[in-house]
Design a protein around this ligand. Structure first.
Ligand SMILES: Nc1nc2c(ncn2[C@@H]2O[C@H](COP(=O)(O)O[C@H]3[C@@H](O)[C@H](n4cnc5c(=O)[nH]c(N)nc54)O[C@@H]3COP(=O)(O)O)[C@@H](O)[C@H]2O)c(=O)[nH]1
Length: 864
C-alpha cells in the first residue's frame, strides 16, 4: 500500500523522523513489536523462500490489485488523476521489499512514510486496511496455486506474510493516528491563533452565563489581562456590566435566536470610552449550550458618525442662518438647495426657488458673460469667479449682489455649482450716492467741475474723430453778489437753483450744464458745426435767464455774462478751452454783462498778463518788494494828526511802483492777499511801536483787511499773536473792513469783530455808502468809526445828492455814537463842508498824500 506525498522531501523526512521519535520507534520497540507478532528469522527465511515465486507473479498481482482498488470512485478521487502508473511503480517496490528479508530501519521508515502520506491525503484507515486484506488474499491464492503439495512450505510462507503484513499495518496505523493527532493539535493552535488575531472580540459564555474564555481583542476592549479567565469563570454581568447585553444573552441562551447589533459602552478606560457592538450566537459544546459573544469595536466609526452628524448640523445651521444667500446649482443651473437668506434677497419662498433655474434671476445684459463664466467652470478652466451684478427679484425689481460661484462635484461625481450671494444693494446705493456727490453739485444737482471736465474731454475726443466742433461756455451771473448781500444767502441759493433749472431746460440731453462754483456755470455743447450754433444757444440762454423771478417778495431780473471758447479753434484740451471761455466771459462782463463774447487772442493776452502778475506778486513777498506808506488822519476841529492809514505799496526791483489798485484785486483772487495782508498787519504794528519808541506821540494806525483775510482765517487769533509779538497797544490799532465784506457773512463777521473789540482793537467800516447795508443793520456790529467813501466826498460841493448823503451819514453815525471820517478830501471847500456838518476826522490830499514812515515822523515833529 503506497501513496504520494507532496511536500518538500527534506521536510517530509524530518516529519517522518519526528513521528518515529514521538511514537518511540526505537530498536527495542521494533523488536518488541516483532516479538509480539512472533516474527522471527524462520519467517524471514520463509519469505525469502517464496520471493522468486512471487516475483514472477508481480505484474498479474498488480493488475488485479489495482483493478479492485480503482473500482471505488472515492479512492480514485483521493489517489488523484493519473495515479495508477505512479502507484504501480511504488507498489512494485513494496511487493519486492516484502519478501526481501530486510525489515530494518529503512523498511520501517518507508512504512511510516506511507502512513503519514495516507493521513495527509485524508485516506481513512478503512481504505488501506481493505487494501491489505486484498494483498493478503491475493498472495494467499498465488501461494496456494504454486505450493500445492507442499503444505509445510505453504503454511510457513502464509504465516510469515501474515506477520510481516500485520507488522506493516501496525506501523502504518500508528503513524496515521499520530500524524492525525499532530494535525489536530496544529489545527487547534491555528484556530486559537485565528481567534486571537481576529479583529473582533470574542467571549465564550457557558450555560450559567459565566465567561469561560475570551480572545485577546476582547481582553483589550475590556482593559482586562489576557489570562483573566484562566483562574475562574467570571459572571458575564461582572465581566461586561451591560444590562442590555446580559438580557439579550439570556434570551439567546433560552431560545437559540441570534441577536445582532447589541450595543455596550465600556467606560472608565484610560483611553476614553469605547463603543462595542455585539452579535450573540448559541452553540453547543459536549452537549451543553454555550454562547459566543462577538464584539466589534465601533468606537471610531461611531465617533466619526457623531462628528459627521455634528458637522452636518453645523453646516445645516450655518447654511440656514448664513448672512449671505447660498444656492447649490446643478450643472444645468437648476436650484438644488438654497437657504432662507437667498429667499429674502430674491423675494421667493425656498420652495419656489427650488423650481427655478439660476439663469431666470439674471439680468438680460449679464446673461452672456455669466454663461461664458459657467462654461469656464464646466470646462475646468477656472475654479471660481466673483462678480457684482443685479439679480431680478420676484417683484421684477433688480437687486445688487456680489456673487461668488465655485465648482464642485457631489458624491456621485456630478458637477455642481455653489453660489454665495451677498446683498450689496445698500452699499451700491451708497456708492452711487457718493459718486453722485463726487460728481455733482450739492445745491443744484448739476454735474460739478470734475464731471464737466470729463464730459468736455469726451466731447473733444468725439469731435476730433468726427471733425466737428465743441463750444465751452463760461457763464457768470451779473450782480449776484448784490442779491446775496441785500437779500441774504438763502435767496442767493434760490436764485442759483432757479438759474440751474433754466439752463438745464434750455439745453439738449447731450449738452452738459455744470456748476463751476459760486455763481459760475459752464455749458459744454458737443457736436457743433460751427460758431453760429454756439451763438444761437448763448442767445437762447440769455433770453431764458432774463425772465424775472421773485425772491423774498422782491422781483429780481437775473442776467449773465457768457464767454465762449470753440474747439478746435481756441484750444485742443479742456484746460485751455475753459481758460479761454473764462477770459471771454470777462470780456462780456467788461461790456456791461447780459451778453456773450467769443474768445479772442486779445483776451488771451490779458489772461497772460494776469498770470505774469500772479507770479510776480508771489516773488515780491519773497524779495521783500512791498512797503507801507501812511496817510495821516486829521482831527477836523483841531487840525491835529490823530492817526495814520497804512497803505500798501509794491516797488518791484528797478521798475516803477505798482498801485495797490492794480494788484490787490489779483492778490485777492489768488489768495496771495492772505500772506501779504499778514505782512501789512505786522509791519504797521511794528511801525506804531517804532514811532512811540522814537519819542513821538502815540498814533492810531489803521490797517485795511481784505475779505479773504477777514473771513478766511482766524484773524482775531492772528491779531492777538501779532500784538503780543510787536508790543503794539491794541487801543492804537484800527482795522478797516469794507461794508460788503461785513455783509457777505454777517454772523461770522459779528463774531470776529466781537473778539477783536474784546482785545481793545477799534473797528472801522471802510468805503461806507458803496455797499447795501442799512445803518440799522450796522447796529449789530461792534464798530467805532465809519469812513465816508471818497466817491461821495469828491463831488459833495457840486452834487447836492452827495452832499445830502454825506450829511445824512454824519448825522446817523453820530446818532449811533460812531466816529465819522471822510476820505479823499482834496479841497478847502470839501473840508469846510465837513467841518460845518460835524464830521469828526478826515484824510486826503488836501492835508497829505500817503507818505513813507519818515515823512510821518517829520510831520509829527514839526507839529510838536
Ligand atoms: N486789503 C488792503 N487794501 C489796501 C492796502 N493798501 C491799500 N489798499 C487798497 O488799495 C486801494 C488803493 O489804495 P491806494 O492807491 O493806496 O489809494 C489810497 C489812497 O492813496 C487814496 N487817497 C487818499 N486820499 C486821497 C485823495 O484826496 N484823493 C484821491 N484821489 N485819492 C486819495 O485812497 C486810497 C485809500 O482808500 P481806502 O483804503 O478805501 O481808504 C484802496 O482801495 C485801498 O484800500 C492794504 O494794505 N490792504
Amino acid at each position: 500500500m503506497t501513496s504520494q506525498h507532496r511536500s518538500n522531501p527534506a521536510d517530509f523526512h524530518l516529519l517522518v523522523d519526528g513521528i518515529a521519535l514521538e511514537i518511540g520507534l526505537d530498536a527495542d520497540e521494533i523488536a518488541a513489536r516483532k516479538a509480539y507478532l512472533e516474527l522471527d528469522d524462520a519467517d524471514v527465511a520463509a519469505l525469502r523462500d517464496v520471493r522468486e515465486l512471487l516475483e514472477s507473479q508481480r505484474h498479474a498481482f498488480s493488475d488485479r490489485f489495482y483493478a479492485h482498488l480503482l473500482s471505488f470512485p472515492q479512492l480514485r478521487i483521493l489517489l488523484g488523476a493519473g495515479a495508477e502508473t505512479r502507484l504501480r511503480h511504488l507498489q512494485a517496490a513494496y511487493f519486492s521489499s516484502l519478501t526481501a528479508g530486510d525489515y530494518g530501519q529503512d523498511y520501517i521508515r518507508e512504512r511510516l512514510r506511507v502512513g503519514v502520506t495516507h493521513q495527509r491525503i485524508g485516506l481513512d484507515p478503512k481504505w488501506y486496511i481493505g487494501a491489505y486484506r486484498k494483498y493478503l488474499s491475493e498472495l494467499h491464492d498465488i501461494l496456494w496455486q504454486r505450493l500445492q503439495g507442499q503444505p509445510e512450505r505453504f503454511r510457513a510462507a502464509v504465516e510469515a506474510i501474515l506477520k510481516i503484513v500485520c507488522f506493516d499495518m501496525g506501523l502504518a496505523l500508528d503513524t496515521y493516528a499520530h500524524a492525525d493527532q499532530r494535525s489536530n493539535l496544529q489545527n487547534q493552535n491555528y484556530l486559537e491563533q485565528v481567534i486571537d488575531g481576529m479583529p473582533a472580540g470574542l467571549v465564550v459564555v457557558d450555560s450559567e452565563l459565566r465567561a469561560c474564555s475570551m480572545n485577546r481583542m476582547m481582553a483589550d476592549l475590556l482593559g482586562a489581562p489576557d489570562d483573566a479567565l484562566q483562574e475562574r469563570r467570571i459572571p458575564l454581568d461582572e465581566l461586561i456590566p451591560c444590562t442590555e447585553l446580559v438580557n439579550r444573552a439570556i434570551e439567546t441562551l433560552a431560545s437559540g435566536a441570534a441577536q445582532d447589533h447589541v450595543m455596550a459602552t465600556f467606560d472608565g478606560r484610560a483611553d476614553g470610552v469605547r463603543y462595542v457592538e455585539f452579535n450573540i450566537r448559541r452553540t453547543r459544546k459536549d452537549g451543553a449550550p454555550m454562547l459566543l459573544l462577538i464584539g466589534q469595536d465601533i468606537t471610531f466609526r461611531r465617533k466619526a458618525r457623531m462628528r459627521l452628524q455634528e458637522s452636518e448640523e453645523f453646516f445645516r445651521l450655518t447654511f440656514n442662518q448664513a448672512a449671505v444667500g447660498i444656492v447649490l446649482l446643478g450643472s444645468d443651473g437648476r436650484v438644488l438647495r438654497t437657504n432662507s437668506k437667498m429667499s429674502h434677497i430674491l423675494g421667493y419662498t425656498e420652495v419656489e426657488l427650488l423650481a427655478r433655474f439660476y439663469q431666470q434671476f439674471m439680468c438680460e445684459e449679464d446673461l452672456a458673460e455669466e454663461l461664458a463664466l459657467i462654461g469656464g467652470l464646466k470646462a475646468g478652466e477656472i475654479t471660481e469667479y466673483q462678480r457684482e451684478k443685479r439679480l431680478m427679484r420676484r417683484d421684477g425689481s433688480p437687486v445688487w449682489v456680489s456673487v461668488t460661484v465655485s465648482s464642485m462635484r457631489d458624491a456621485n461625481g456630478n458637477q455642481r455649482f455653489i453660489c454665495v450671494v451677498k446683498d450689496i444693494q445698500r452699499q451700491k446705493q451708497a456708492e452711487e450716492a457718493l459718486l453722485r456727490m463726487a460728481n455733482h453739485d450739492a445745491l443744484t444737482g448739476l454735474p460739478n467741475r470734475v464731471l464737466m471736465q470729463d464730459r468736455l474731454r469726451q466731447a473733444i475726443m468725439h469731435a476730433h474723430r468726427t471733425k466737428r466742433q465743441v463750444a465751452v461756455m463760461f457763464i457768470d451771473l451779473d450782480r449776484f453778489k448784490h442779491v446775496n448781500d441785500s437779500l441774504g444767502h438763502d435767496a442767493g441759493d434760490q436764485l442759483i437753483v432757479e438759474i440751474a433749472r433754466r439752463l438745464s431746460t434750455s439745453l439738449r440731453e447731450s449738452d452738459t450744464v455744470a456748476r463751476q462754483g459760486g455763481d459760475e456755470f459752464v455749458v459744454v455743447l458737443p457736436d457743433l458745426a460751427g460758431e453760429e450754433d454756439a451763438a444761437k444757444v448763448a442767445r437762447k440762454l440769455l433770453g431764458n435767464l432774463f425772465q424775472p423771478l421773485v425772491l423774498r417778495g422782491q422781483e429780481v431780473f437775473p442776467s449773465g455774462s457768457i464767454g465762449i471758447a470753440m474747439y478746435p479753434r481756441d484750444g485742443e484740451d479742456s484746460t485751455t478751452l475753459l481758460k479761454c471761455a473764462d477770459s471771454a466771459m470777462y470780456g462780456s462782463k467788461g461790456q456791461g454783462g447780459n451778453d456773450y463774447s467769443f474768445y479772442t487772442a486779445a483776451m488771451g493776452a490779458q489772461a497772460y498778463e494776469h498770470l505774469r502778475m500772479e507770479g510776480a506778486l508771489q516773488r515780491a513777498l519773497q524779495r521783500e518788494e512791498f512797503l507801507l506808506h501812511y496817510q495821516p488822519v486829521v482831527d477836523i476841529e483841531t487840525g491835529t494828526v490823530t492817526g495814520v492809514e497804512a497803505l500798501l505799496r509794491w516797488q518791484p526791483h528797478e521798475r516803477e511802483m505798482v498801485s495797490p489798485a492794480d494788484f490787490i484785486p489779483l492778490a485777492e483772487e489768488t489768495g496771495l492777499i492772505v500772506p501779504i495782508g499778514d505782512w501789512v498787519l505786522a509791519t504797521a504794528m511794528k511801525q506804531q511801536v517804532a514811532w512811540v519808541e522814537a519819542g513821538l506821540p502815540s498814533l492810531r494806525v489803521s490797517v485795511n483787511l481784505s475779505a479773504r483775510q477777514f473771513l478766511g482765517q482766524d484773524v482775531a487769533q492772528r491779531v492777538r499773536a501779532l500784538l503780543a509779538e510787536t508790543g503794539c497797544d491794541p487801543a492804537c490799532l484800527t482795522l478797516e473792513i469794507t461794508e460788503s465784506v461785513l455783509m457777505e457773512n454777517p454772523a461770522a463777521a459779528t463774531e470776529t469783530m466781537g473778539r477783536l473789540a474784546a482785545m481793545g482793537v477799534q473797528l472801522a467800516i471802510d468805503d461806507f455808502g458803496t455797499g447795501y447795508s442799512s445803518l440799522a443793520s450796522l447796529k449789530r456790529f461792534p464798530i467805532h468809526s465809519l469812513k465816508i467813501d471818497r466817491s461821495f466826498v469828491m463831488d459833495l460841493t457840486q452834487d447836492a445828492d452827495d452832499a445830502a448823503i454825506v450829511n445824512a451819514v454824519i448825522a446817523l453815525a453820530h446818532s449811533m455814537k460812531l466816529n465819522v471820517i471822510a476820505e479823499g478830501v482834496e479841497t478847502r471847500e470839501q473840508l469846510d463842508f465837513l467841518q460845518q456838518h460835524g464830521c469828526d476826522q478826515m484824510q486826503g490830499f488836501c492835508f497829505s498824500r500817503p507818505v513813507a514812515p519818515q515823512g510821518i515822523a517829520a510831520m509829527l515833529r514839526r507839529a510838536a
